[in-house]
Design a protein around this ligand. Structure first.
Ligand SMILES: *Cc1c(COP(=O)(O)O)cnc(C)c1O
Length: 499
């Protein structure tokens, strides 16, 4: 495979501010024939600008070009494969967007009386029912705004449950060492104590370590299934039984549900609580920090504690149920990120019962294919995963000095987003790859060829890889500083960066 040359030198295309010329406009507005009062009469003097804002003065097509141009400066799922493990970067069907934009949905005000928003409430109610069925649970709250907030809600549910039974002393939450970082963060934020459990050689939770950790201080176990290695926790029934016998609750981080939908259900595995990442499994554009949704479903013994209000069916219609004396309260302003709920509902209804199952099967098949093609060059310390696999770059690094980070950067030159790297922590030089069900075989082959070609480059001319990326608008960034001192605003030449 040869590299497609980048059509222009990075950073040379003028920004919208540089394209600006005084007096140039994009639209011709008709002068209003209604008498208007001068602004100063309506707005107090002290709120008026001293000088006009420095807005770009450009015609419409320059605006369009500007946005098209910046959309190409970054990688996104509408450009090519985006195999970021654990994040499930699948195609987001455009019909989801059309439905979420219907004015009856998009124009709703959260204070609209319940009687006038029956359609929206009906959608929320039905979505809750669908999620409950997919997870094998009994009840659901759609409020949490993301997976991490779903986790927090889940741990608060654990707390409320134990308190209601006079067991407030249960303040420990068990978490395997392969867990996503949000799991321990959630537990700490809820004021609980994290107890880390070792994984065994197969990458599964060690049942022996679990037995040793279980006592009357344990509130519950948080366990992703399949776990972050993509490995199914095949002892799950025994694990659930042990945790329940010890008086604890089972929490499933449902971020990996894409491997299971329509095939296996957390409720049948003994889980009491599960969160969904609707933006992952059920397709909403995500990854830019935009809105997500992390609904939480529970078994009936936890239902009284769910956040309020819940959406309930009442006679022929729907109501918001505030009469929930044991509820942990609200976890989100109003009712959750409604636009994401519309997209997930659309997606699930479009697929239907059999489609939901095919989705998981195809996600697992795609990953099996990818893993089989790559494992000779990039070993899999814990074997092929279900919907994602964690390759190790240790062997490549030992032989060539090329690190996983370099491989990830070089992939950008080939037009792909990198997989998740250096996570989970128990795999050294980890490349955690999740192809999702929406990629074609040809696209998976392109990705495999790119990785194999990078491995060959590492042997022959490692500097090409260690100096990558070469063709992106910016080269390697100081990611630590970018995180701490995020600055995404345009600055005029000479304008100070502060303020
Ligand atoms: C993405 C993810 C989370 C966090 O979900 P957000 O929606 O990003 O808050 C938690 N656990 C796992 C395993 C994940 O992949």
């Amino acid at each position: 495979m040869s590299l497609v040359p980048f059509p222009f030198k990075s950073g040379t295309t003028p920004t919208i501010f540089e394209r600006s010329q005084p007096g140039r406009t994009g639209t011709a507005m008709t002068r209003p024939d209604v008498p208007t009062r001068p602004l100063p009469e309506l707005i107090p003097q002290r709120h008026l600008r001293a000088s006009p804002p420095r807005l770009p003065e450009v015609p419409e097509h320059e605006v369009v070009r500007h946005y098209t141009e910046i959309s190409l400066k970054n990688h996104h799922v509408d450009r090519a494969l985006y195999p970021l493990g654990s994040c499930t970067m699948k195609h987001n069907p455009k019909v989801n967007e059309q439905l979420a934009r219907l004015s009856g949905f998009a124009g709703l005000h959260p204070f609209t009386p319940v009687g006038a928003v029956q359609g929206a409430l009906g959608l929320m109610y039905e979505l809750g029912q669908l999620l409950v069925e997919i997870a094998g649970m009994d009840a659901c709250s759609l409020q949490p705004a993301a997976g991490a907030q779903g986790e927090l809600t889940g741990v608060l549910l654990m707390r409320a449950y134990h308190q209601s039974r006079g067991e407030a002393g249960r303040r420990r939450v068990l978490i395997p060492d392969s867990a996503h970082g949000t799991n321990p963060a959630t537990v700490a934020l809820a004021g609980f104590e994290v107890v880390e459990l070792k994984s065994n050689e197969a990458g599964r939770l060690s049942v022996r370590a679990l037995r040793e950790a279980l006592d009357d201080r344990v509130a519950g176990l948080m366990l992703t299934n399949p776990n972050t290695l993509g490995v199914f926790e095949s002892a799950i029934l025994e694990i659930s039984e042990l945790v329940h016998q010890a008086g604890g609750l089972m929490y499933m981080d449902g971020a990996n549900l894409n491997a299971l939908t329509g095939v296996a259900r957390p409720g049948d595995m003994g889980y009491d609580i599960v969160h969904f990442n609707l933006h992952k499994t059920f397709s909403t554009p995500h990854g830019g920090g935009g809105p997500g949704a992390g609904p939480v479903a529970v078994r009936s013994h936890l239902e009284p504690f769910l956040p309020m209000p819940t959406v309930a069916a009442d006679g022929g219609g729907y109501v918001l149920d505030w009469d929930r004396p044991l509820s942990i309260g609200r976890v989100h302003g109003f009712y959750g990120n409604f636009g994401v709920l519309v997209r997930a509902y659309t997606f699930i209804r479009m697929l239907g019962r059999s489609g939901i199952r095919e989705m998981a099967e195809a996600a697992v098949l795609n990953n099996a294919y990818l893993s089989a093609r790559l494992e000779e060059r990039f070993p899999l310390p814990y074997g092929r995963g279900m919907h994602e696999s964690v390759f190790s770059g240790t062997e490549l690094k030992r032989r060539t000095g090329v690190k996983t980070l370099d491989v990830a950067k070089r992939l950008l030159d080939y037009g792909f987003h990198a997989p998740t790297v250096y996570f989970p922590l128990i795999v050294s030089e980890a490349l955690m790859t999740e192809p999702t069900e929406t990629e074609t075989k040809e696209e998976l082959d392109r990705y495999v060829e790119a990785l194999l070609s990078i491995a060959a480059e590492a042997e022959e001319d490692p500097e090409i890889v260690t100096a990558a990326p070469h063709v992106t608008p910016v080269r390697r960034l100081d990611e630590g500083r970018a995180g701490r001192e995020l600055d995404v605003r345009w600055h005029f030449p000479g304008e100070p960066r502060e303020g």
